[in-house]
Write a protein that binds this ligand. Structure first.
Ligand code: GLN
Length: 273
């Protein structure tokens, strides 16, 4: 038998931060982080300790905690994640907050999320805007399956559809279009570092200059936005200026960028004139 305290200690000695160790132990044993902290002398059965050690080894080999435990919190909700989808990032909460500012609370409106992945954006939006008619698309059927389970988990009705950007949307129009597209440029060293090594490459990079998908999203938006509708998208730390230039060239009004909590211009958008 091993105690909670001795298992956490073993994790810290192998270089795993305590919060990560507690998340992994919660996954291995079912003992919540609160219970672990309150009850460090609790003894765990050998099979749970072994499961924990296996998780520790995988973590040491670089696998992201979110994939090991199959969960990540975003906008105060827990979401299922798997290697079929990008791991939710805190920056993307800025996109959700801005999108919420553009969705009325008590009148119906229509929104579209392009490249939804695990569905964190549409689920968060629908959770806070019950009148919203929420559509979300992704090119990946595996990602859509994860998104469907997250919509179910949070009881947020969302219409999911497989589509290469606007490809399957016909002439449908929306009052708001949002996206966190793959915007990392080909050859960016971050692709070979940390969690990104384990994430779906197609969700991270366009294998080009980083703006290829942003261009397509902007080009197709006027046709799918109602008059006065907004397009808002997340982008890389150095892409705010080119994003605004693309929006302006496409005839958008009120083109602007917003900073994330780190002070980096992270979301850019404009309004269909
Ligand atoms: N924000 C992610 C990163 O920089 C990239 C996600 C994306 O391409 N949308 O790691």
């Amino acid at each position: 038998m091993s105690s909670v305290a001795s298992l956490i200690m073993a994790a810290r000695q192998s270089g795993i931060p305590v919060l990560e160790a507690r998340l992994l132990l919660e996954h291995a044993s079912g003992l919540s982080r609160t219970r672990q902290a309150a009850w460090p002398e609790a003894e765990l059965p050998p099979e749970q300790a072994e499961r924990f050690h296996t998780l520790l080894q995988r973590r040491q080999a670089g696998e992201p905690v979110a994939y090991l435990i199959g969960l990540r919190e975003f906008f105060s909700l827990d979401f299922e994640v798997s290697p079929a989808v990008l791991i939710p990032r805190p920056e993307t909460e800025l996109l959700v907050e801005l999108a919420l500012e553009h969705i009325p609370l008590d009148t119906p409106s229509r929104a579209l999320d392009l490249g939804t992945g695990s569905g964190i954006i549409p689920v968060s939006l629908r959770k806070h805007r019950p009148m919203l008619d929420m559509r979300a698309v992704d090119i990946s059927a595996d990602a859509l399956a994860v998104a469907a389970r997250n919509a179910e988990r949070h009881a947020t009705p969302i219409q999911l559809m497989q589509s290469d950007w606007y490809g399957s949307l016909g002439r449908e129009q929306f009052d708001l279009i949002v996206s966190n597209p793959p915007y990392i440029a080909h050859g960016d060293r971050h692709l070979a570092e940390g969690d990104l090594r384990f994430e779906p490459r197609g969700a991270l990079t366009d294998e080009a200059d980083g703006l290829a998908h942003i261009r397509r999203i902007i080009q197709g938006a006027p046709r799918h936005l109602a008059h006065g509708g907004w397009l808002l998208f997340e982008h890389g730390y150095d892409q705010a200026e080119p994003s605004r230039a693309l929006l302006t060239a496409a005839g958008f009004a009120q083109v602007q960028s917003w900073d994330d909590l780190a002070g980096i211009a992270r979301v850019t958008g404009g309004r269909r004139a």
